[in-house]
Design a protein around this ligand. Structure first.
Ligand code: SF4
Length: 194
């Protein structure tokens, strides 16, 4: 992980390095059973150097908390690209392809049981450009022998709160899969077991 961190911090493989303040390595447990993949750092993340700390990140934390998951113990959070695209635009295919090897290496190092693909960009680059988040959210996929589930990006929930209901159902699936694969005793006061 330290070697990977050094390579990301010194990376100039795409032009995003020219405008970044901080590349984002990722955050969470290095042996997390759940690996969350977003799109790209935004303004706050770029300034502070941590992933998902703006409004989207605060909403993600609330959803995780409702599942009784914490960043320190249950998840690792990362992105398709490590440097902020100007004006928060979607990363270009060239930028994503340049940065993806870091993500794939990080997934191998953390070795999670469950991948959570936050939004269309994570679904596109982890699974394929013919996949649609609106059709496939909440369905279990397999990526290189790992279970993966696409869910809406929290930024989409902020733009359209009507998506929150579906997203909560999707995170309940993650909660129950975690119980099945990792810890059958995991509980949350917000999720009934029967
Ligand atoms: S986005 Fe990724 S590939 Fe591009 S400069 Fe940053 S770390 Fe390197």
């Amino acid at each position: 992980m330290e070697s990977l961190k050094n390579r990301i911090f010194n990376c100039t493989k795409c032009d995003l390095y020219k405008t970044r303040n901080n590349p984002i390595f990722g955050e969470g447990s290095y042996c997390a059973p759940i690996f969350i993949i977003g799109e790209a750092p935004g303004h706050e993340e770029d300034i502070v150097g941590r992933p998902f700390i703006g409004k989207s990140g605060q909403l993600l934390d609330k959803i995780l908390e409702a599942c009784n998951f914490t960043r320190n113990n249950h998840v690792f959070i990362s992105n398709i690209v490590r440097c902020r695209p100007p004006e928060n635009r979607v990363p270009t295919p060239h930028e994503a392809e340049a940065c993806m090897p870091y993500l794939l290496e990080q997934i191998e190092l953390v070795n999670p049981k469950i991948l959570v693909l936050l939004g269309a960009t994570a679904l596109k680059y982890m699974v394929g450009s013919n996949h649609r988040i609106t059709k496939e959210r909440g369905t279990w996929l397999e990526i290189n022998g790992r279970l993966a589930i696409p869910v809406y990006h929290p930024a989409a929930l902020l733009r359209d709160p009507s998506l929150k209901r579906d997203t909560w159902e999707d995170f309940k699936k993650i909660f129950f899969k975690y119980r099945e694969l990792v810890n059958p005793n995991h509980q949350s006061p917000h999720i009934g077991l029967y």
